[in-house]
Each structure stands twice: as structure tokens, then as C-alpha cells.
Design a protein around this ligand. Structure first.
Ligand SMILES: *Cc1c(COP(=O)(O)O)cnc(C)c1O
Length: 399
């Protein structure tokens, strides 16, 4: 039999759980796009969006997913034949670099593997060795969603400054915006990319590129930028349609307005603290399970883990079996392992991820963990006891 009938729970790192308020805001007739409420709403939304990225800079909004935001950021700053340095701590670092390669940009990578942090000494050496100042930008992921490693943006900025290298610092915050603390201006990021379907709790379909004046200056120096990706008019439109380079993504915008209202009503600091506490509950459970069985967290150092996604392993084929069980029997979908093994490699079935970003609270996370406990038990996967108690205690202590 199955216990799956009831509200489904997509516990993957995006798309995330959509709040009823977001869905309700989207459920309406097509609005007037020539005048009236929609225009006022979009203009009012821009400062609220920038507040989430903690920036006084600019924001361009695209009708795209995260890949589009990646391409937009590159298209405004990098021409064919120019060079980026990409700091890779998982699959998504490779992904942004691949987008650059597709645009004819020369990519140099520092690949730190699937578990380790960005090695600042290696970064320093690479920047120092770049006498000719070929690197026009340094790309990094704040959180790599595949490995669940969270990287130190301010530390990378510091190295750029120490070396006196003027490359733009471009940061992928798609998995971390409105989940983990992120301070674009204070940490010295020049460009930040994000998407709607993770911490922002809106369906996939909006991409955001935040940029400062220094990046705007680089854009002005470009000989040519694709009309669609050009951020200039989007960030500073004379006419409403220029916000979106065409027809506005009307319903996504209503959803986003509702989501921003929720974030600012809770308070961004409180949103970050909630994510930190829920993540700690998941890790506490995982540590108990792992004390007497094969479950392991990918990132050993808790201070470098994402608060929005947790990558774990069970060994093949147990992770796929667990994912199958919780989906069929309990209505919960866990994330697949990404970039940890090739999809055609049997080892691929040893990895999974918990998504815990956006509209999640204590009872959802305890339900998620209880479901995993049931799955481990049903499948006879060895696991330590006390996981749910440990998670509950973590939440009780923090609340
Ligand atoms: C989800 C994600 C992306 C890709 O976003 P899409 O909307 O799937 O294109 C890129 N980078 C990170 C860090 C992500 O989490």
C-alpha cells in the first residue's frame, strides 16, 4: 500500500515549495499591460528585490531560468575571445563556465573538487601570474547546489584586492538568495545572478542579474551586446516594456510581489536564521543515521554547508532506492545527486540531496526526516537511532 496521497512535497533544490499566497496571487485574469497597477507594482518591486541581495546597485529581470541569468551576466561583460577565471566547487561551477565557453569566451578553471573549499592561495597565485590582466572576470558560486558547499565571497574579494586585480567578481546566488546570508555590496561582488524558483519561492521563469556601477562601466565598454540580454534598458527603462525586453511576465510578477512581501514581512535576517535552524536539524538527523550506517553528508565542515540544500550519500544503489521509496510510499521527492557520478555510472545511485529552501518550516522538515527514517527502516538500510529526537532537540533549542 501507499501513504502518498495527500499534499505532495517536492524536497529538491528547486523548484521549491510554492506558498499558497504566491499561487493565489498568480491565479487571476490577464492584467492591463499598457497602464495601471502592473507598472506601479514592478517599479515598487525593484527596491524590494535589491534589498534581498543587499545591494544599492542595479537589477535586470529576464524571462528565463538560471541558465539565462548566467548568460545575461556574461553577455553584458565579456566579449568573444576574452578570458574568465572560474572557481569550481561542484557541477554548477562547471555549468556557468560552459555557458561562457558557448559564447566564445576563453575559460580557465581552478577546480577544487566536490568536497573542498576554494583554495585562496591557489587563487592568489593564479591572479598574480596574470601579469597581462587577461582575466576580465572571476566566476564563483556562492552555494554550489550539487555539492552543497557554501563559498566565502568576501574572502575571494579580499584576494582580488590584495593582488590589485581588477577582474569583475561575478557570483552565482541562484541557490542561496533569500536562504543564506548574502551581502552583495558589503562583500564586494560586482555581479550577482539569481532565479525565481529557489529561495524566492516563485515558479521557474524569472532570472535576475544584479550589478554595480563598476560592472555597468564594463558594459559600456563592450563593442556589442545581444539586444535581448543587454541589461542597460532593463535596469533603467524609459518605457515599461523595456523592463523585460518585451511583454512582461505578468503572472510571475504577481507571484514575485507576494513572495517579496512574505520575505520582508518575516524579515530577511529572520529568513536566514530560519534556514540555518532547519538545516541544522537535518544535519543532526543525518549524523545520527550515519553513526551506525552508510549515510554521509558531503561537506564535513558544517560552517561551509549551504542552509538551503544538503548533499548526502548512502552508497549505490541505496540512495536511489530511498528516493523511490519516499516518493512512492510517502509523497516526498528528494533531490538526485548531481555531478557526483556520471548518470550512466552505477555509482550515480549512491547520492541524493535534501532541498530545504524557501517556504519550509519545522513541521515540514520533521515530516521530511520522519519519512526518510521510515524509508531507511523499510528498506533495511542500516542507520543509527535517535535521528528524529536529535532533529527535534535542535529545533527546540533554537526556537
Ligand atoms: C538551480 C541552479 C542553477 C540553474 O538554474 P536553472 O533555473 O535550472 O537554469 C544555476 N546555479 C545554481 C547554483 C543553481 O542552484
Amino acid at each position: 500500500m501507499t501513504f502518498a496521497n495527500g499534499r505532495p512535497y517536492l524536497a529538491i533544490p528547486g523548484p521549491s515549495v510554492m506558498p499558497d499566497a504566491v499561487l493565489a496571487a498568480m491565479h487571476r485574469a490577464s492584467p492591463n499591460i499598457y497602464e495601471g497597477d502592473l507598472m506601479a507594482m514592478v517599479e515598487g518591486m525593484v527596491p524590494d528585490l535589491k534589498a534581498v541581495a543587499r545591494t544599492d546597485g542595479h537589477v535586470a529581470i529576464y524571462i528565463s531560468n538560471g541558465h539565462g541569468a548566467w548568460e545575461a551576466a556574461l553577455s553584458n561583460t565579456m566579449a568573444e575571445g576574452e578570458t574568465v577565471l572560474s572557481l569550481v566547487t561542484g557541477r554548477f561551477g562547471h555549468g556557468w563556465a560552459e555557458m561562457a565557453d558557448g559564447l566564445g569566451i576563453a575559460v580557465e578553471k581552478l577546480d577544487f573538487g566536490l568536497k573542498d573549499p576554494i583554495d585562496l592561495d591557489k587563487l592568489r597565485d593564479a591572479l598574480k601570474a596574470d601579469d597581462a590582466r587577461r582575466y576580465k572576470a572571476v566566476l564563483m558560486t556562492h552555494v554550489d547546489t550539487a555539492t552543497s558547499r557554501r563559498n566565502d565571497v568576501a574572502a575571494v574579494r579580499k584576494v582580488l584586492d590584495e593582488v590589485g586585480h581588477d577582474a569583475l567578481l561575478m557570483v552565482d546566488c541562484i541557490a542561496s538568495l533569500a536562504c543564506d546570508r548574502y551581502e552583495m555590496d558589503a562583500w564586494g561582488a560586482d555581479v550577482t545572478v539569481a532565479g525565481s524558483q529557489k529561495g524566492l519561492m516563485v515558479p521557474p521563469g524569472l532570472g535576475f542579474v544584479f550589478f554595480n556601477d563598476r560592472a555597468a562601466e564594463v558594459r559600456r565598454g563592450m563593442r556589442r551586446v545581444s539586444r535581448y540580454w543587454d541589461w542597460t534598458a532593463r535596469a533603467n527603462p524609459d518605457f515599461f516594456y523595456q523592463f523585460f525586453g518585451g511583454t512582461a511576465p505578468t503572472h510571475h510578477l504577481f507571484g514575485l510581489r507576494a513572495a517579496l512581501d512574505m520575505i520582508h514581512a518575516e524579515g530577511l535576517e529572520a529568513v536566514w536564521t530560519r534556514h540555518a535552524g532547519l538545516a541544522a536539524a537535518i544535519w543532526a538527523a543525518c549524523e545520527q543515521w550515519g553513526a551506525d550506517g552508510p549515510l554521509r553528508l558531503n561537506i564535513a565542515d558544517a560552517s561551509a554547508r549551504s542552509h538551503a540544500v544538503t548533499a548526502a550519500s548512502l552508497g549505490a544503489p541505496l540512495a536511489s532506492q530511498l528516493r523511490g521509496w519516499v516518493s512512492e510510499k510517502a509523497g516526498v521527492v528528494l533531490g538526485i545527486g548531481l555531478g557526483m557520478a556520471e548518470p550512466n555510472d552505477p555509482a550515480w545511485h549512491g547520492f541524493f540531496r535534501f532541498g530545504h529552501m524557501g517556504h519550509v518550516n519545522a513541521h515540514m522538515i520533521l515530516g521530511l526526516l520522519g519519512t526518510v527514517e521510515a524509508g531507511l527502516t523499510a528498506l533495511d538500510i542500516p542507520h543509527g537511532s535517535g535521528a528524529l529526537e536529535a532533529a527535534a532537540a535542535e529545533l527546540a533549542r533554537r526556537a
